[in-house]
Design a protein around this ligand. Structure first.
Ligand code: CA
Length: 230
């Protein structure tokens, strides 16, 4: 899941980003409203969730929220702010925010609120993905095959396999994997995709799903349904 975090306080932003990354979110962190708006208007970064601080240099989090809603963008938004009066909360929610968290807050509460937002989007409810004989459990990050063996995936392996299983048999360009599953700006080069695919393939091989992820030379990768017949 790709998340945009907009927070201008460096320590807080870094702490939130670290927590979210540990929870397998792919996080782009913008420190000004202007930067955040650019990220949001970049077609390569389709965000699943946004955390917006209210008071920001440039455009405020509240204005970003309003502008997105004017564009009929349904992106789930959590507003963070030290503004804690009832009137402020009403303003935030009326601007189109889905939830509102007052600073200071604990990371456990932030994560719980994000999970609550995700529950409202059917697409992101913890679920089992099934493609051919492969079953991926998004709550436990375990992948299994119909015959019963299973293996736990690390965050990036899980994100990759989830992406492939959401787009079965499509050829997925390496650049798209990089832009969807890796952070913007911190792009470590194309080798990192190949390296993670190798790790994922090794785990799938252990389950007996050899060649499940096919390389389409010069283009990208594909989840090969022929290799996954149950
Ligand atoms: Ca701020």
């Amino acid at each position: 899941m790709r998340l945009l975090l907009v927070e201008d306080e460096p320590d807080l932003g870094a702490a939130i980003k670290k927590t979210l990354t540990q929870e397998a979110y792919t996080v782009d962190w913008a420190q000004t409203g202007t930067e955040a708006w650019e990220y949001l208007q970049t077609p390569e970064t389709a965000y699943d969730l946004a955390i917006l601080d209210w008071l920001l240099p440039g455009i405020s989090g509240l204005e970003i929220c309003q502008k997105l809603r004017q564009q009929n963008n349904p992106l789930p938004i959590l507003i963070l702010t030290a503004k804690d009066t009832e009137a402020d909360k009403v303003r935030g929610l009326d601007a189109g925010a889905d939830d509102y968290l007052v600073k200071p807050f604990g990371m456990a509460e932030l994560l719980a609120r994000l999970r609550a937002l995700q529950r409202r989007i059917p697409q992101f409810q913890p679920q089992e993905f099934r493609v051919g004989c492969l079953i991926l459990d998004s709550a436990t990050h375990r992948v299994s095959i119909a015959s019963g063996n299973s293996v736990e995936l690390l965050n990036k392996e899980f994100q990759l396999l989830e992406y492939f299983m959401r787009h079965p048999s499509q050829i997925i360009p390496r650049d798209r994997l990089l832009s969807q599953l890796w952070e913007w700006g911190a792009e470590p080069g194309s080798n990192v995709v190949a390296a993670q695919i190798r790790l994922l393939r090794r785990k799938l091989e252990k389950l007996g799903a050899k060649d499940a992820i096919e390389t389409v030379y010069g283009v990208g990768y594909r989840l090969n349904l022929d290799k996954l017949s149950s």
